[in-house]
Design a binder for this molecule. Sequence first.
Ligand code: ATP
Ligand code: LTN
Length: 336
Amino acid sequence: MANETVRRKRILSGIQPTGTFTLGNYIGAVRNWAKLQDEFDCLYMVADLHALTVRQVPADLRKNTREAAAMLLAAGIDPKQSILFVQSHVPAHTQLGWIATCNSQFGELSRMTQFKDKSAKHPDNVNGGLFTYPSLMAADILVYNADLVPVGQDQTQHLELARTIAQRFNSSYSPTFTMPEGYITKAGAKVMSLAEPTRKMSKSDPNVNSFILMTDDKDAILRKFKRAVTDCDGIVRYDVAEKPGVSNLMTIYSVFTGKDYDAITAEFEGKGYGDFKIAVGEAVADGLAPIQGEYKRILADKAYVDAVLAEGAQGASRIADRMVQKVYKKVGLLQL
Ligand code: ATP
Ligand code: LTN
């Protein structure tokens, strides 16, 4: 990290190791993380503690955590520039998490749509962690005094709570936490399911045709786009309300080719959705190929990945431990 007299803005973000990343994770979050490294001091974490809010098979969670780290490296996170770590390796998160929970209101947590969605999806496991998840996420951010948090649109409500907690703590005690801002790019903040384009693309969707995985090969990518739900008017035009499926494909195509929506409409004028879908599939497959190559190479060297994570945990702890001490003192916990 650069050591400058004026502190660069700090960035923190996280992703859960609940499975292989989707194209939604990549476009909405991870793709931007790499780009921000030159301008900001960045901390990126694999949020394994958050993953425990739904049941996990221990061996799978371990594997997914290392794979998630490898994928972040493959997608361009440079450990020489940024701090890459696993959430559970930095105890300060849970330490500040408790303080954040005690500064979160029951009503605020009850209103969280992710809590409502996930409780509906797992009615047999509506656990306390699922409920207080946003307080832990607030601690993830506040423990580093992060200025910016690059995430997809679905995280805005959680970010708002982090701001509420920061504000509440600062006015109850004394100015302590930086007010974090969301960093949400316009295009691709919410990539939709290919099967149900009014719902978010999600790696935990049971329908494998609803998402593209970062590890999908070209055949799978082309096949999934070919099956993507569109509409029947046959015109490639951006209109989220009337044409959510086509608009979603246009967003994806735009991200991978740099073309704007008007140019895409012009490109496919007079052609059917068949040609359009093939073009989207090819652009995505070509765009993901280098990342997939890197991913394979990096994952083959587990010792390297683990060394990056060990160093990352140290770097992150250095910053976060200081904040926990400061906060513990302010709230009146006895210091010896
Ligand atoms: P799960 O299905 O397990 O809930 P998820 O696919 O929603 O997971 P997360 O780990 O919760 O993924 O999200 C990691 C990051 O990816 C977050 O910043 C989130 O906003 C972003 N993200 C997830 N899905 C999408 C999507 N469909 N479009 C844009 N961004 C997304
Ligand atoms: N809640 C996020 C993952 C996450 C995160 C964070 C994102 C955990 N802690 C801190 C940004 C900042 C998710 O489910 N997508």
